[in-house]
Design a protein around this ligand. Structure first.
Ligand code: FES
Ligand code: FE2
Length: 463
């Protein structure tokens, strides 16, 4: 145990996430780990969010070199299925072919027109440009050019679609614009080991909500990387969520996580609820999963009841056996950050993906996608949730699939982002000061970002 971990234990005696989780039973080795390396406690300049020149550096040196979550396997399940992943001004068409997944820059080799619409998905027999009808086979080879006798300078090989790296892991598809990038599984570092108990290939995107946000992509992402703000922005959650006593771990450049206990009160709460009251108040997403309200038996906890109910439901409805999974593995908010753009929550009680990226070439706007995953029905019949798009000024309650309570929580998070962005521009201090534990992963993300930016020599704006 290092000094930072010791400090948290002293601050929350018997009430750190690990203390709470250990009271449920023995922790699996992956969840028993704690990783809090020492950091340089520098302030983070707001220019990293507000300066278009820094945004350009990020785009060139980071975004074009990292593996980034694009979509799920079920988005491109059958040969001919395509899905467009947009990043700033870049755009990629991911296609399922006879030979597996392919990804192509979404740009015609004739005069550049986008081959498929941004934000779109669908099925087609080939990739055909809507301007002059140049057409490619799904494998990227040229199929047809109208009046081809007019292009003697173009060989068939030269007319193949260029490729973007595409690989998949655990049902998730990632792309990388860098042809020299390491393999995805190397990039994911400890993640495959940590997910040995969480096979998400048998799950599917049941709902997908996309919101356009008035803030830099890092402002948006960072709001979901700490629960320091929870008692003040989401006071209604403090009864049932362990927020400021959450566990944060930094494993490697690309992977960090937070572990947040459900059905326990925040250290800031004075409510002193009984286990029955905690169970009755579980309102957030996993509340919908546990079904009918139950009584907490003598000597048991709300967390135990929720985990038991969920295990029964998973077995009866989906044939999934979670008897070997611990209580926290069932019901807690276990959230992994995969640098740069993905938060992945694997627990069956709260299984989702959140994705953050720049919205066009605009450092002040971001796209936030939230994919809620459900187990695939046993009969194999399911519809992949289509994107429900919410504009910058609309509430999450506009999305029909969105749970009303969750929608109000997300509105609180996204409303504050505009204030933060505007305040960054209004700042005399010009930098943010992060806490050493709860916000350490935000600092770590900036450290990793700097490593990418520094790769082509020193970058004055990065420091
Ligand atoms: S721009 Fe695509 S066919 Fe002309
Ligand atoms: Fe929040």
């Amino acid at each position: 145990m290092n000094d930072i971990q010791e400090m948290m234990r002293r601050q929350y005696p018997g009430a750190t996430w690990a203390d709470i989780a250990r009271r449920d039973g023995e922790l699996p080795p992956v969840l028993a780990q704690q990783a809090n390396p020492e950091q340089n406690l520098r302030d983070i300049p707001f220019a990293r969010y507000t300066d278009p020149a820094f945004f350009d550096l990020e785009m060139e040196r980071m975004w074009k070199r990292v593996w980034q979550f694009a979509c799920r396997e079920e988005h491109v399940a059958d040969v001919g299925d395509w899905f467009v992943y947009d990043l700033g001004r870049l755009s990629v068409v991911i296609v399922r072919t006879e030979g597996g997944l392919k990804a192509y820059p979404n740009s015609c080799l004739h005069r550049g027109t986008k081959l498929k619409p941004s934000g779109g998905s669908g099925w087609s027999e080939s990739l055909r440009c809507s301007f002059h009808n140049w057409e490619w086979n799904l494998d990227g080879s040229l199929k047809n050019i109208p009046c081809s006798f007019e292009f003697p300078q173009l060989s068939r090989e030269k007319a193949c679609l260029p490729q973007v790296r595409v690989e998949s892991w655990n049902g998730m598809i990632f792309v990388n614009f860098d042809t020299d990038a390491p393999a995805l599984t190397d990039y994911l570092e400890v993640l495959p080991d940590h997910f040995a108990n969480w096979d998400l290939t048998g799950w599917y995107v049941a709902t997908h909500v996309r919101k356009h946000l008035p803030a830099n992509w890092k402002v948006a992402l960072e709001a979901f990387m700490e629960a320091y703000h929870t008692p003040y922005v989401h006071p209604e959650m403090t009864n049932v969520v362990g927020d400021q006593n959450m566990q944060h771990d930094i494993f490697s450049d690309h992977i960090s996580r937070d572990l947040c206990a459900m059905a326990v009160s925040s250290p800031t709460s004075t409510a002193n609820l009984t286990q029955q009251q905690l169970l009755d108040m579980m309102l957030v997403a996993d509340g919908a999963m546990v079904g009918e309200r139950a009584q907490v038996p003598e000597g048991k906890t709300a967390r135990w009841v929720m985990a038991e109910q969920l295990r029964t439901q998973m077995l009866e409805q989906h044939g999934l056996d979670y008897s070997g999974h611990s209580v926290p593995e069932m019901i807690d908010s276990l959230k992994y950050h995969v640098f740069p753009n993905m938060l992945l929550y694997p627990a069956p009680g709260l299984c989702l993906i959140q994705q953050f990226r720049p919205d066009g070439h605009d450092h002040d706007h971001a796209i936030f996608d939230q994919y809620v995953l459900f187990p695939r029905p046993r009969d194999g019949n399911f519809e992949v949730g289509e994107a429900e798009v919410i504009t910058e000024h609309e509430s999450f309650t506009k999305a029909p699939s969105m749970d009303k309570f969750l929608a109000s929580v997300l509105d609180q998070d996204t409303d504050i982002m505009r204030w933060q962005r505007e305040g960054m521009y209004a700042s005399a201090k010009g930098a943010e000061t992060l806490s050493i534990y709860q916000e350490a992963r935000i600092r770590h993300m900036h450290d990793t970002l700097d490593k990418y930016i520094a790769r082509d020599g020193s970058a004055e704006l990065a420091k």
